[in-house]
Each structure stands twice: as structure tokens, then as C-alpha cells.
Design a protein around this ligand. Structure first.
Ligand code: 1GP
Length: 246
């Protein structure tokens, strides 16, 4: 099945499922709840996993009919069980493996599902904590307040043919990517913007959407407070409604 992400028409809420933290009980609680609350889709992946991503996705698909997008932290997480795959290029970094090396290794495995591959320019932003992505990728994040570098990097991603740009604060970030950075990137970019990391209150989620994010991704916040996903969906619906009626 090809996933049409509705981000051209409206804002989207995605629930991140970290496979290693998705034991049966958590999966049922977090995923079941997110689907019921109205999350648009699931992203599945993590910086380091020791469980089978395929089985987590299979279980997720039994629990809900929402699309599942693979958000692979590394090559071991590649699977064709997902409805789509974010083919991430870590364009804020200068690690050649994450810019082309892994893609070459992955391409033959993705060949049979190429219409489900979504190329995403992944920009890691320094949001106040040293994150797993930073360490595992061995790259420096983009400075928090260097909006001009963020804009240039995102534009380069767009010109290279990416379908979307992901402004990533990193899971459990002390603060999310600054709305001012999202706004600066939005003002120059034509492709959708995804953001996640540290979005743990409805206010932060609203700020990200209002600044121009097309998709917000929540992870930790919903594990701490399951109602956060309900709030995120409420914010999304209010803003989508406003977009339509203005
Ligand atoms: C997705 O890494 C994030 O971009 C998830 O971050 O766990 O902090 O919500 P949180």
C-alpha cells in the first residue's frame, strides 16, 4: 500500500514508537490510545534497537489501521513490513555513511518497495541535551539559534530532491526546535516540514504547528502523559479547521 501523507492539505500528528520500549503492554497502551485519540500515523524506529522492528510493526498493524512509517535509526531496522520508509539523509552532519553509504547498502533491499520510499532530509538541531542521535550518528547538531544555517541546509535538501525536511531535536530533548527556526525554514521551503523531539506539552506542539510544521512527532511525552496525544490532535484539528475556514 502506498501511503499518501495528507500534509499538503492539513497538519499531521505522528506517534513515534521506539521498538525497544514497545513491550506488549506499552504497545497496546500507547499505540491503542494514539489510534483512538486520532493520531494520523505511526513512526517506528530508534537510535539503537535490540528487538525485531518487523514484529513490532506487525503487532502495531494488528492493533490499528493507521499507516506505519519506518523511521530507521540504522540499517538493521530495515523491513518491508511498513507502509512507507523514511529514507533519511542526515544533512546537518558530515558523516558520509549517513549521507550516502547506508543508502547504497539499503537500496537493493528497498528496490521492490521503491514507491513506498520517502526521501527525507534529516536535520539534527542542538536542543540543549546530548541526544542518542548525536552520539550514534557521530555528527554535530546544528546550533539552536543559527536559523540561517538551518534554512540553507533545508534548502539544500529540497534542491537535492528530498520530499520533506525533518527538524529533529532528538528524543527527550530539553527543549524542542525553536519555533523561530521552524518559521525561518518554512518561509523559504516548498516541501513539508516534520519536527519532533522534546514536544511534551500541548503548547509546544501548537507553537511548532503555528510556526509552520506540517507534521509533529511525539514520543516520550505521550509515554509520560498519554493524554498528550489527545491534546496534540485537538490542537491539529483546531488549526486545520482554521486553515479551511479563513
Ligand atoms: C521524534 O525524536 C523524536 O523526532 C521524539 O522525541 O521522544 O522527545 O518526543 P520525544
Amino acid at each position: 500500500m502506498r501511503v499518501e501523507i495528507p500534509w499538503r492539505d492539513r497538519k499531521v500528528v505522528a506517534q513515534l514508537i521506539d521498538p525497544d520500549r514497545a513491550g506488549e503492554e506499552t504497545l497496546v497502551a500507547v499505540a491503542g490510545h494514539a489510534a483512538e485519540a486520532g493520531a494520523d500515523l505511526f513512526l517506528v524506529g530508534g537510535s539503537l534497537t535490540s528487538v525485531s522492528v518487523s514484529s513490532v510493526i506487525r503487532r502495531l498493524k494488528e492493533l490499528s489501521e493507521k499507516p506505519v512509517i519506518l523511521f530507521p535509526g540504522d540499517l538493521t531496522q530495515l523491513t518491508d513490513e511498513a507502509d512507507a520508509v523514511f529514507l533519511l539523509s542526515l544533512i546537518s552532519g558530515r558523516n558520509p555513511e549517513l549521507l550516502i553509504g547506508n543508502h547504497v547498502i539499503a537500496a537493493p533491499h528497498l528496490r521492490h518497495m521503491r514507491e513506498r520510499v520517502i526521501p527525507v532530509g534529516y536535520i539534527l538541531v542542538d536542543c540543549g541535551s546530548r541526544t542518542s542521535v548525536e552520539y550514534m550518528s557521530q555528527t554535530s547538531p546544528l546550533p539552536y539559534d543559527k536559523h540561517d544555517i538551518a534554512v540553507a541546509t533545508a534548502l539544500a535538501g529540497e534542491m537535492l530532491g528530498m520530499s520533506a525536511i525533518y527538524l529533529e531535536g532528538g528524543s527527550g530533548a530539553a527543549r524542542p526546535v525553536a519555533p523561530a527556526m521552524i518559521r525561518a525554514v518554512r518561509s523559504e521551503l516548498r516541501i513539508p516540514i516534520i519536527t519532533g523531539g522534546g514536544l511534551d506539552t500541548p503548547g509546544k506542539i501548537e507553537d511548532a504547528f503555528v510556526a509552520g510544521a506540517d507534521m509533529v512527532v511525539t514520543g516520550n511525552g505521550c509515554e509520560q502523559d498519554p493524554m498528550l496525544i489527545n491534546e496534540a490532535c485537538r490542537v491539529r484539528d483546531r488549526l486545520n479547521h482554521r486553515t479551511v475556514t479563513v
